[in-house]
Ligand binder design. Structure first.
Ligand code: NAD
Length: 499
């Protein structure tokens, strides 16, 4: 059965056998493939190929580069079902989320095609007569993209669609837990490149397979000027300083600990739906998953009762079956980590609803859990820690200022939201003294971002921005130019230097 899914995505025996990286499916823990790993000693040749591709690719006009991304979008549309099925098989996402991930890739391609004609610089008023100032954006060079298991293909596309139109080749190191989605995506990319023709240099898009050691070669190389890394804060704390020390440009997209504030005026029906989707969707394994609920004391009990009822009815099971809403965690270590955090929360005075391992009615071998709702007396250290699993901590508040302070009082700063029908509360939350996160929403949960906005967060989330808005600037270098069309040579700031 797995073979059918992988073959439909274009993966051959040569891709799936004979290697040393054992790939298992979180659905049932069964081995799916043994993929060949990139040897660390081969990385210098791979990076050199990327540099050679850069020298050609940067010469192509940006709208022509956009044409390749347009073709990639077409190929992704044609392969949506097949690639979505591999996401489900390898990352354990339910069918609709697997397809949604591929749709996100298509969306960013559309965005990047338009962007290829909009890499705008500014013209700037010069203080000197007969002078003109402007800025131009130029390609920066090979872009390393290190991705996490939980968005095994979308994060690649956020980076790659932009990098390509900006004039940069890409070297992608996917998570060692999800190499098959990467190999399947590379086949799709190869089809787009074949249709594009000879203008696409060999080495424009390369995939390397392996763990941190392979990633390390990208992190350390001066020939990889942009390094985008998505994953845990732990990873970012290692990678970020290394890239900075060699004067590279890191784009870090790290852990989140996202909160929702629910005020007395909130539409509780909407809040309950938003909470359930964002706390348990993708089995709590989104960087933007809702992990903390800060509810006004006047509505907290009612909200918890409604959530407990909703949680009890959520179908946990095989993500390939229609009707399942909560698939497996990525592996048993993730389930152990979740259960250990729940123990800690209990020791800190928390009351845990749900949160046990599920072994009945699910495929054997997978790590399935019932989502947990945990009423906490305070925001303890356990609550401040990101656990990549469906745990939702609930705390109460009296004054909105205190709720905002609690929402900000964690090391991470990715996503946040408020449910309120009160304009003053909503705008306070979005103001300079409100949420300190990269994403702040009103009457929508913290997860499920669209590609049109810049995506990323502050503090230990790393400060990087990807996807929409002007995130493309992270992949280019800015050149400021002053042109003197006069016959004089005045100096700025009125400086005289007569001789
Ligand atoms: P992880 O940190 O274990 O691994 C992420 C990637 O980094 C993998 O490809 C891994 O091989 C690589 N890596 C790890 N150490 C490295 C090193 N020293 N040098 C080079 N590469 C290294 O993360 P994960 O478990 O795959 O993903 C879950 C985490 O990712 C969560 O914390 C989640 O919040 C975060 N995440 C963040 C975003 C975001 O946009 N902010 C998106 C998705 C996931």
């Amino acid at each position: 059965m797995h073979t059918d899914i992988l073959a439909a995505a274009g993966l051959t025996d040569a891709d799936l056998t004979g290697g040393t990286l054992v790939v298992t499916s979180p659905i049932d823990g069964a081995e799916v493939a043994r993929v060949a790993e990139t040897r660390p000693e081969d990385m210098s040749g791979i990076i050199a190929r990327s540099q050679a591709a850069f020298r050609e690719w940067r010469k192509l006009p940006a709208p022509r580069r956009g044409e390749l991304v347009r073709l990639l979008g077409e190929e992704l549309r044609a392969a949506k079902a097949e690639l979505g099925a591999v996401v489900t098989l390898e990352a354990g996402k339910i069918g609709s989320e697997g397809l949604g991930e591929v749709q996100e890739m298509i969306d960013i391609c559309d965005f990047a095609v338009g962007l290829s004609r909009q890499l705008y610089g500014l013209t700037i008023a010069s203080e000197r007569p007969g002078h003109r100032m402007s800025e131009t954006w130029h390609p920066l060079g090979p872009t390393g993209v290190i991705t996490a298991f939980n968005f095994p293909v979308a994060v690649w596309s956020w980076n790659t669609a932009l990098a390509l139109v900006c004039g940069n080749p890409v070297i992608w190191k996917p998570s060692e837990k999800t190499p098959l989605t990467a190999l399947a995506t590379q086949k799709i990319m190869a089809r787009a490149m074949a249709r594009f023709g000879d203008d696409a240099p060999e080495g424009l898009m390369q995939v390397v397979i392996g763990d941190a050691a392979v990633g390390e070669a990208l992190v350390m190389s001066k020939d990889v000027p942009v390094l985008s890394a998505t994953g845990s804060t732990r990873m970012g704390s290692i990678v970020g300083p290394k890239v900075a020390a060699r004067w590279g440009r890191p784009i870090l997209e790290l852990g989140g600990n996202n909160a929702m504030i629910v005020t007395p005026s909130a539409d509780l029906d909407m809040a309950v739906r938003a909470i359930v989707f964002s706390a348990v969707g993708t089995a709590g394994q989104r960087c933007t998953s809702l992990r903390r609920l800060i509810a006004h004391d006047s509505i907290r009990e009612e909200l918890v009762a409604r959530l407990a009822k909703a949680y009890a009815s959520l179908p946990v099971g095989d993500p390939r079956q229609g009707g399942t809403l909560i698939g497996p965690l990525i592996d048993h270590a993730a389930r152990d980590a979740m259960l250990a955090q729940l123990e800690k929360a209990r020791a800190e005075g928390g009351t845990v609803h749900g949160g046990s391992a599920v072994t009945e009615g699910v495929p054997q071998g997978g790590a399935y859990v019932a989502p947990a709702l945990v009423e906490m007396p305070a925001q303890t250290d356990t609550v401040r820690t990101e656990t990549f699993a469906p745990i939702l901590y609930v705390m109460g508040y009296d004054r909105l200022e205190d709720a905002i302070a609690m929402q900000n009082d964690v090391p991470q700063g990715l996503s946040s939201c408020i449910f309120t029908l009160n304009m003053r509360e909503a705008d306070l939350f979005l103001s300079a003294v409100g949420s300190d996160c990269g994403i702040a929403n009103v009457n929508i949960g913290p997860s499920g971002a669209e590609i049109g906005g810049a995506f990323g967060g502050e503090k230990e989330t790393g400060g990087g921005r990807e996807s929409g808005s002007d995130a493309w600037k992270g992949y280019m270098r800015r050149q400021t130019s002053t042109v003197n069309y006069s016959a004089e040579l005045p100096l700025a700031q009125g400086v005289r230097f007569d001789f």
